[in-house]
Every structure is written in structure tokens, then in C-alpha cells.
Design a protein around this ligand. Structure first.
Ligand code: SD4
Length: 324
């Protein structure tokens, strides 16, 4: 009987399509060992976040614990103006937070439009672990957090408030401004070979009050299928939601795409949809497969991501030859 894999193999060879193999890494062709543990995260604040996650991964801990601990670093850093404390507010001056988390067993939790909580990722994890639901939003999410011991805090720093006040004088909402993004999305594989991911953000600055982006939406900014891989997103959330970005990438990896090619294919879908309007939009995707292979792709060249494993602790830019 011809198995699907066998059929694909013979078809690929029969077509003489060797270059194709580079793009479609069929599971049966892989000979290398799994690279693990390993953690990846978006942007340069991914460096300190990865370092924190690495402590857990290196000690043999779970990827789920690592990604939660990792993304808490920018959440608590007032100098990071796009995540958690110190995040730039919406047009009405509210810092509103979106976050989600997903483990190797399709368990997931998220919070959207949450105010006043320093670590929304930990609330998202509690939604996953302590409720029959996946997503809590707004006041309900806040109430749930307070009932579970979280403290309400003012997350609007004087610096962020000053920038917002300056903005109100111009009142020119530019959603696709190139500096208008920087969510942390983190994905990791642990020593046991399990994948998990976490995403957290204060979202696009000066957005409409009540606007929710891609970051708390499972399948948009984050998806994990332990049999295939994990993917995460950063950038203009509306464009990521429109193509179910992270889920699309994981499905492509399940069908043999390398992580970088899967990210590129997702970016190409956005480019095709937005056509001439693409020049001011940034979306970056990051993916990791079950073998510990990773890659990324973005619309604009300013995207960068951080990788940490036993052998590397780097920032990779789109201009790097290897934008793996
Ligand atoms: C959002 N994706 O709310 C987020 C924005 C962001 O890097 O900062 N991405 O749409």
C-alpha cells in the first residue's frame, strides 16, 4: 500500500523537483536531531525575556512556565512602551492590555481589553487553568484577576501620559505608523520536546477605546500544535486576524513547510490583500517546528527577533542572510 508520505516522496522525485524539497521538508526527509530546548521572541526586548525563559528551560522546566516567565519581563518594564506597565494608552488615555498563552495540549487562555493589571499573561494562564473558558475581556477579566489575588495598579507612567497628551493636540491616528508596534510574542520548546507560546501587549497606541487586536486571539497572534509547531505574530493586529496568521503558519508547517517559508507564505497573503497599501504596514511572524527548527518573515525590513539556545543568544534581522 502506498502511504501518503511515500506517495509524496515518489511524486517529488518523479517530478525531478529537488529544489522543491528545500521548501517542503517532508517529515521523512529529516535526519538531524531535535534542537531543544530553545526559545524565540519578537523584537530586541526579546533578549532579556529569552534570558529569563532560558533559566527555566535549562533547568528542565516546562516551555509553558518559561514563556510566561519570559514575557513578564517586558510587561513589568516601564521603558517598554508597547507592553504592560509603561505602555502607551488608547485615544482616551487608558492603557488596555491583550494577552494569551497556549500549551502543548491545545490548552489556551486569554484576556482582552484588560486594565490595571501588571501581568496580564498570568491572568490569561489562570483563565486557562481555572475556568471552563478561553477568553475573558474588560471588566470581567479585571474582576476575575482581583478575585484571584492580582492587585489593581496604575499602568500609565508619567512619560506615557505626556506622550499621549502631546498626541491629543494633533489627534492624528495613524494605525500603520512604523513605530506603532512591538508586541512580545514568545514560543519555546523544552527538554521534553513540548512546545508552548505566550503573547502580551498594550496594543496599537492611541487606538479606539475598546479596540482589541490579534494578541489575545488564539490562532491569530499565537498557535501551538505540538505535532507540528508553534507560531506567533507582531504588528498591525487587524491584518494578522484577517488571515488567522499563527494558525495558518502552523498548518503550513504541518504540511511540510519550513518555519521561515510558512511565515513568508502568511506574509504574502497579507501583501496580496493589501496591495498598494502595504508600504506602511508592518507584520512579523515567528515560527518554531517540533524539531526545534525556526524562522521568521516580515513585511518591512525593521523586524527583528531574539533566539536563545545552548549554542546561540542572538538578535536576527530581516537583512541577515539567514533570516531563518
Ligand atoms: C496589536 N499586534 O494590538 C498588536 C500590536 C503590536 O507588535 O504591537 N504588535 O495589533
Amino acid at each position: 500500500m502506498t502511504t501518503r508520505r511515500g506517495f509524496l516522496r515518489s511524486t517529488v522525485f518523479a517530478a525531478g523537483a529537488l529544489p522543491f524539497i528545500n521548501r517542503l521538508r517532508l517529515p521523512g526527509f529529516r535526519s538531524g536531531s531535535v534542537t531543544k530546548p530553545l526559545v524565540l521572541s519578537t523584537w530586541n526586548f526579546g533578549m532579556p525575556a529569552n534570558k529569563e525563559a532560558w533559566k527555566i528551560l535549562d533547568a528542565g522546566g516546562k516551555a509553558l512556565d518559561a514563556v510566561e516567565a519570559g514575557v513578564k519581563i517586558p510587561e513589568g518594564d516601564p521603558k517598554v512602551t508597547s507592553v504592560g506597565y509603561g505602555g502607551l494608552p488608547d485615544r482616551d488615555g487608558h492603557v488596555t492590555l491583550d494577552a494569551c498563552i497556549m500549551d502543548e495540549d491545545f490548552n489556551c487562555g486569554s484576556v482582552a481589553f484588560l486594565e490595571g493589571i501588571m501581568h496580564p499573561i498570568s491572568v490569561a494562564r489562570l483563565v486557562m487553568e481555572k475556568t471552563p473558558h478561553i477568553m475573558l475581556a474588560g471588566d470581567g477579566a479585571l474582576q476575575f484577576a482581583l478575585q484571584n489575588g492580582f492587585k489593581k495598579e496604575n499602568l500609565l507612567t508619567p512619560e506615557a501620559e505626556k506622550k499621549w497628551k502631546e498626541w491629543t493636540e494633533k489627534n492624528n491616528y495613524i494605525p500603520y505608523e512604523k513605530t506603532n508596534h512591538d508586541t512580545i510574542g514568545m514560543i519555546a520548546i523544552d527538554k521534553a520536546g513540548n512546545l508552548s507560546g505566550a503573547v502580551t501587549t498594550s496594543g496599537l497606541k492611541y487606538k479606539y477605546h475598546g479596540r482589541v487586536g490579534d494578541s489575545p486571539i488564539i490562532g491569530a497572534a499565537l498557535y501551538v500544535n505540538n505535532d507540528a509547531g508553534a507560531a506567533t505574530a507582531t504588528g498591525v493586529g487587524e491584518e494578522v486576524i484577517r488571515i488567522c496568521g499563527a494558525h495558518t503558519i502552523v498548518e503550513l508547517m504541518a504540511n511540510g513547510y519550513s518555519p521561515a517559508d510558512a511565515c513568508k507564505a502568511a506574509v504574502e497573503r497579507i501583501i496580496k490583500i493589501k496591495k498598494d497599501n502595504i508600504k506602511d504596514i508592518q507584520v512579523g511572524f515567528l515560527a518554531l517546528n517540533k524539531y526545534g527548527e525556526y524562522g521568521a518573515y516580515a513585511i518591512q525590513n525593521d523586524f527583528e527577533y531574539a533566539v536563545y539556545s545552548e549554542t546561540e543568544n542572538n538578535i536576527l534581522k530581516k537583512s541577515d542572510y539567514s533570516f531563518r
